[in-house]
Design a protein around this ligand. Structure first.
Ligand SMILES: [Zn+2]
Length: 282
């Protein structure tokens, strides 16, 4: 089954957001638990009421995207302590929001530090987050600037160093993969990417897909998401990804431009087109 979801703003209120998603037939959601670029963290809704609301709307997978204003790979003591504190708090906030996973970008390689030192710092931050119950997904990045985690080899090394395979998995972002140089123009490309992921981090590590198109060309190392089929992704490749997600029962989260469901209707329609085909075949 395709379990499609979207990154949604909770600004209109959790009740409104969940019912809007449910009415559009979404089965998954992603939220920031707080303003991703900084500021005070807001008040969360009562956990039980939210859980019931999600159940009522058949939304079974909630992802909480970690904020961007801390660098989990910082080698500076004070900055890393701040990252550990904010991200550990995020693990607690995720539980209160029925979040199954906290999605984390692995951070930036810092000027003056070696890449290995930055990776060690990231390992320490993730291990500190794991002191709080819950699960973490590291996301593959576009490799823009000094972003870490842009290759699956590097992500595999991170997973090995962290050493908590039951609690740490991967979020596969299709736009970031393309921007980093993994083409997704044919079903053959998709098979090659999946084989590569299987040979590095292992496919069973993938617990969610950020289903986005890339506005910039393959290999540009520039991170800008666009609507499905409006960028580098072809319908053939998209259908191959959906077919895999369908078989492996992996939720898909749209992070295409927009903040609410109405701005993603064209993307939802593209995925529905695939679902119609699957139903005809069955
Ligand atoms: Zn993403």
């Amino acid at each position: 089954m395709i379990r499609l979801g979207a990154q949604l703003s909770q600004a209109p209120g959790y009740e409104y957001t969940v019912s809007e998603a449910g009415q559009a037939g979404l089965r998954a959601l992603q939220w920031f638990s707080r303003n991703p670029v900084g500021g005070q963290s807001g008040v969360l809704p009562p956990p039980n009421a939210l859980r019931q609301l999600l159940q009522q709307h058949h939304i079974d997978s909630v992802y909480i995207h970690a904020p961007y204003f801390v660098n989990p790979a910082s080698v500076e003591e004070a900055k890393r302590e701040r990252a550990m504190s904010v991200l550990s708090q995020e693990m607690r906030r995720a539980r209160r929001l029925s979040g199954r996973y906290v999605v984390l970008h692995p951070g930036h390689w810092q000027h003056g530090a070696s890449r290995a030192e930055s990776l060690d710092a990231l390992t320490a931050t993730v291990q500190a987050m794991l002191a709080v119950p819950g699960h973490i997904l590291l996301e593959n990045t576009a490799g823009q600037g000094k972003e870490l985690g842009d290759t699956f080899e590097e992500l595999a090394a991170m997973f090995d160093a962290i050493g908590a395979p039951r609690r740490v998995g991967m979020m596969l972002d299709t736009a970031h993969a393309m921007a980093r140089g993994y083409a997704l123009a044919s079903s053959r490309d998709v098979r090659a990417l999946l084989k590569h992921i299987d040979g590095t981090v292992g496919l069973s590590c993938v617990k969610g897909i950020h289903l986005n198109d890339s506005a910039y060309p393959v290999g540009a190392r520039r991170d800008r998401h666009t609507h499905l089929l409006a960028g580098q992704l072809t319908r053939e490749a998209l259908y191959a990804i959906l077919s895999w997600a369908n078989d492996a029962d992996i939720p898909l989260i749209l992070e295409t431009p927009g903040r609410d469901v109405s701005q993603r209707l064209q993307d939802i329609a593209v995925v529905s087109g695939f679902q119609q085909l699957v139903k005809v075949d069955a």
